[in-house]
Design a protein around this ligand. Structure first.
Ligand code: C2E
Ligand code: CA
Length: 565
């Protein structure tokens, strides 16, 4: 790590010399100014001002003990009792040996005897004091990640920001590196193996920053932040870096992805650079062909748009800009298809952007918990709608609502749903709950418990997007569910791709094994429907029967097909 510090190209450390004698200041300054940036103060009060202002960039204070106003002892005492100033090393200047003990006791790092007749000794002491202070910070255990030996995120940001101050706008690139599907690595091969992979990654990243003169940390679990002096050729070099990293990890085809913010001279601070790199990295989630992506204007606009949607959300809820559409689900096990239920799908009629599809905002709201508000709104709307249709048409059509992962961790979920059903005079079974398969794989036991309790209260659960969530067969058998909903990506090619057809067949077999009905969504043609029927699929949802419709249009299905329900 020491070499790392020494390698930092262009890194200038700043020293403050505090002495009331001009000539003394000038002499010391002359000795040090070729290696350091030197600033001055002529008494303790002024020095304290400078220290407070420049605390981020100060590497050392050289302090005369005898000065008017506030003397060296006084200043030293103030610095040592201040949590932030304490880290700055202080060398005292003195001509009396008795003063040494007192100043060392007050927390001085070292002392230099006046007069300074040996510049090399002065320089060596200064250098030593700075190194000592920096090393002691760096090797401080709590500032390192125990697993990888890289910085932890707090220190990474503290040191990175100091670096930025000291180097006054030296261009720096930010990289965010993530391991693809790391939770699966842990789940399949065990935590110990996961740790082993993270250690190896830590080593590769350590080598990379040694080579480039940057710094890195493990930001969380499987995510690493890397801060490098700007390199115009970074994008050309990245494939090589990634190849090296991946090769080193290769035993089980584990791969990484990297989001990059390349310094464009816009003077962003470190936090914002990493926000952008993280955004770029998020864009790569679940893609395998691309290994890195650069933050650019398009991404920036998307980010602004996303920010805007998040800001507008509250108002949209109170103004009822969210509209719930309904898409019917048909039972195809009999001779004629029969509408059995519908799915509630939300749309946002935004005053400025017009109709926005949930694909654009659901994941945004999932990232910050807003989804809970929206889901509650949709559940309420759906329950009222069921009630209304019951009252107007005498038909009790169960409606399925999407329950997002975040909702499941809400301990009030069961009470809330019961309350919604009750207030609309419905039994819980009128609301079907669609829960995405991937929710089950994350924190399985807690989710299984929550879902069991919901079923215990009378709600029926449909596992959404089945086939995408990587449930193990073993786990599936213990899952509390009432229906499996095949992910529409599997349906898309069943007419043309034999493998896709067989795969759907296998998934339907699994549903048989679990003794639950199968719902296929995204069914667009008669051929697809016929094949699914052959394979034993029970329920169909898709454009073939109907797109999601606003309630007033959906109602027409009752009169057209009332007899089928
Ligand atoms: P999902 O639950 O998988 O919903 C099915 C999506 O497929 C819907 O997209 C639907 O309009 C679309 N779809 C239905 N039939 C067909 C078809 O034949 N062909 C094609 N190509 N697409 C079809 P939509 O409405 O855009 O919703 C997207 C996703 O947003 C939903 O996927 C669901 O995960 C989420 N979502 C929608 N409403 C809500 C909500 O109120 N709460 C939560 N948490 N998520 C919601
Ligand atoms: Ca759904």
């Amino acid at each position: 790590m020491k070499e790392l510090l020494e390698r930092k190209q262009g890194l200038h450390r700043t020293i403050l010399i505090v002495d009331d004698e001009y000539i003394e200041r000038a002499m010391l300054g002359a000795m040090l100014s070729d290696s350091y940036t030197v600033i001055y103060a002529e008494n303790g009060i002024k020095a304290l001002d400078v220290i407070k202002r420049e605390k981020q960039m100060l590497s050392l204070v050289i302090l005369d003990l005898h000065m008017p106003l506030l003397d060296g002892y006084g200043l030293l005492e103030i610095m040592r009792s201040d949590g932030e100033l304490r880290r700055i090393p202080v060398i005292v200047l003195t001509s009396e040996t008795e003063a040494e003990v007192k100043s060392l006791r007050l927390g001085a790092t070292d002392f230099i005897m006046k007069p300074y007749n040996m510049p090399d000794v002065v320089k060596a002491r200064v250098n030593h004091a700075i190194e000592l202070a920096e090393d002691s910070i760096i090797i401080h255990e709590t500032e390192r990640d125990a697993l990888t030996g890289l910085f932890n995120k707090e220190f990474f940001f503290e040191y990175g920001k100091r670096l930025d101050h000291q180097n006054d706008g030296m261009p720096m690139d930010a990289l965010v590196l993530d391991v693809n599907r790391f939770h699966i690595v842990n789940e399949l091969y065990g935590r110990q193996y996961g740790d082993h992979i993270l250690k190896r990654l830590g080593n590769s990243i350590h080598d990379l920053v040694q080579y480039t003169g940057g710094l890195a940390c493990r930001f969380n679990n499987n995510c690493f932040y890397i801060y490098l002096p700007h390199d115009d050729d970074l994008l050309q070099k990245l494939p090589g870096y990634i190849r090296d990293i991946n090769e080193y990890l290769d035993d089980r085809k584990i791969t990484v992805r990297i989001g990059v913010y390349s310094d464009d001279g816009s003077g962003l601070d470190m936090d914002h650079r990493f926000d952008r790199a993280r955004l770029a990295c998020r864009k790569l989630r679940d893609t395998y062909s691309t290994r890195f992506v650069l933050y650019n204007a398009e991404l920036h606009n998307k980010e602004l748009h996303a920010e805007r949607l998040i800001n507008d959300m509250d108002m949209a809820l109170s103004e009822k800009q969210f509209k719930v559409y309904y898409q019917p689900k048909y039972d195809i096990t009999g001779e004629k298809p029969v509408m059995r239920s519908a799915e509630a799908l939300v749309r946002w009629v935004h005053p400025e952007f017009g109709m926005i599809s949930p694909g654009e905002f659901i994941s945004l709201f999932e990232n910050n918990g807003l989804i809970q508000l929206l889901d509650r709104y949709v559940w309420n709307e759906a329950a009222q709608q069921i009630r209304e249709w019951k009252d107007s048409y005498g038909i009790l059509l169960p409606v399925s609502v999407n329950v997002s992962r975040v909702d499941i961790f809400d301990p009030e979920l069961g009470d809330l749903l019961c309350d919604i059903a009750e207030r609309n005079g419905l039994l819980p079974e009128a609301l079907l709950l669609e829960i995405t398969e991937s929710a089950y794989t994350n924190n399985s036991q807690q989710i299984i418990d929550t879902i069991s309790s919901l079923r215990g209260r009378g709600f029926r659960i449909e596992m959404d997007d089945f086939g995408c969530g990587y449930s193990s067969l073993n786990m599936l058998t213990s899952l509390p569910i009432d229906a499996l909903k095949l992910d529409m990506n599997f349906i898309r090619n069943i007419c043309t791709d034999k493998k896709a057809y067989r795969l759907v067949g296998i998934m339907i077999e699994i549903a048989r094994l679990l003794e639950v009905p199968v719902i296929a969504e995204g069914v667009e043609s008669k051929e697809q429907m016929e094949l699914l029927r052959e394979l034993g699929c029970d329920i169909i949802q898709g454009y073939y029967f109907s797109r999601p419709l606003p309630p007033e249009e959906f109602e027409k299905l009752f009169t057209a097909e009332g007899e089928k329900i």
